[in-house]
Design a binder for this molecule. Sequence first.
Ligand SMILES: Nc1ncnc2c1ncn2[C@@H]1O[C@H](COP(=O)(O)OP(=O)(O)OP(=O)(O)O)[C@@H](O)[C@H]1O
Ligand SMILES: [Mg+2]
Length: 584
Amino acid sequence: MKSLSYLNKYLIKYKWRLIFGIICIIVSNYFGVKMPTVVSNAVNGFIGEIKSNESFNTIALMSLKLFGFYMLLSIGKGFFLFLTRQTIIVMSRHIEFDLKNEVYNQYQRLNFSFYKKSNTGDLMNRISEDVSQVRMYLGPGLMYTINLAVLFTLCVYAMMQIDVKLTLIVLAPLPLLSFMIYKVSSKMNKLSKYVQEEQSAMSTIAQETFSGIRVIKAYLREREMAKKFDDSSDEYKDRTMRLVLVNALFMPTIVFLIGTSTLMAIYFGGLLTYTNDITPGDIVAFVFYVNMLTWPFASVGWVTSIIQRAAASQERINEFLDVVPAIQSCCEEPLAKIKDIAFDKVSYTHENSGIEAIKNLSFTIKAGETLGVVGRTGSGKSTLLNLMMRQIDPTKGEVMVNGENLKKINLDDYHKLSGVVPQEVFLFSDSIRNNIQFGVNDREVTEEEIIDISKKAYVYHNIVQFKEGFDTLLGERGVNLSGGQKQRVSIARALLKKPDLLLLDDCLSAVDTETEDFILKSIAEQSKNNMTVIVSHRISSLRYADKIIVLDDGSKIEEGTHEELILKEGIYSEMYHKQLAEND
Ligand SMILES: Nc1ncnc2c1ncn2[C@@H]1O[C@H](COP(=O)(O)OP(=O)(O)OP(=O)(O)O)[C@@H](O)[C@H]1O
Ligand SMILES: [Mg+2]
């Protein structure tokens, strides 16, 4: 329960809605509690007037008055009930909105090292499922709890005014009712969770079938997949049937317990009229009160489970909000230009795998230079770029920018001045245009610029082939680009920023050597005065590099220009000759 106190700041933010909501609950219930007294007076009045042989007109007039009075009370109650929902439920929706934004902003603050540890489904749940559970507590949860407290107080007060003993007798079964409903709804919760689990297992099977349909057909596994689905849906059916059974028991339990209370009111009330302690009208009022209290009491069990679930969800949300991003921009001082970068005996060990991906690495690169990085798969090339972008911090050593530790550099500016083409290309489900201008948000990008940049990235001729050109939508409901086209759109995105520091992680692997040469030339031309780091498996990608480092198992084993490295006849020259032979 303690976890829910985190939400108090939001309750304070929306305190006027909450207070007004509570007032509405009180007024609405006040009208509600007055209604049985009207009926009670009517019964007593009619009995009295019939006994004293009043005329038909007198009775008709009295009926009309009571009718009007009852009507007014109903309208008042209904109106304030409407206002209650409009304030408290609306408040809960506002808080839901705020909380979702808070969680989302935290997603954006956290870095690479956090995402390495978490799985996507879990993160999605935090913002959708967990926040919804919390909303249920803030909306219906709070509303029904306050309503119960107010109604109970008013009802019991009204009943006590009539007769204390009868009140106690009639209320006796209500706690039992709450308890039983609590039991039944916990059982229902457990079963529905159980049903949901099987449901998601079923959707996973279906989803895998859709996405893997070609593999399934090619390997003739349709029958097995169908059997797997059949088993899962059988299990789903069984679990649902159990839930249906418990659901079916729910209403009869309530009806039975209300019936008991009503019977007690009539039986003991009847006995009390004999001694003239209460009037027949009072019995009617009691039956009304008992029925009024039933639903709120019945909801206690439901509300309890809402609160329990919300507490568990909020605990998960709090845990997540408490995570402090490992990497934060340290200072406000703006960074105008990236002039040079130096690695000084940098080592990096991946926390989760314990692999030392970079070992004691030193090198420098200055504005106007192009650095080539080559090495076998797993040699630490992408890790090097991650260190350079400060996605991760070195375990040992320092990354220096303009002679200063990168940790002391304004990270937002640093990222603004750099452009990255990651190894795994990511394009948004949006138009090609928006994907290309994604990195530029501080100015308008002209059509000419976009055309020019896509020509440089050698993707323009592909884009114009689409009917909608740059407005072609990508992603699931749009066009699928080929691997090489994706890489080139991603290069255009980075080039458009005209960055001081351009990082290319093996991003020409899916294009042929001629295209590669064209793109490399335009990159070299555009970033004449800037820094470029090109990572590649292919030696041919490094032909315009001023300096090349060869990584092996995280260590730098060779360094120099292409010619120097060839003359050395080490690993680099061996790779070069092998690749030449392959090309031939
Ligand atoms: N997120 C991670 N968690 C744990 N270990 C990792 C992680 N990423 C990379 N590694 C390990 O670090 C080492 C270097 O990986 P890196 O991705 O830098 O290699 P690479 O040179 O870019 O390889 P490739 O050419 O295949 O892209 C590898 O042994 C890899 O298993
Ligand atoms: Mg890599």
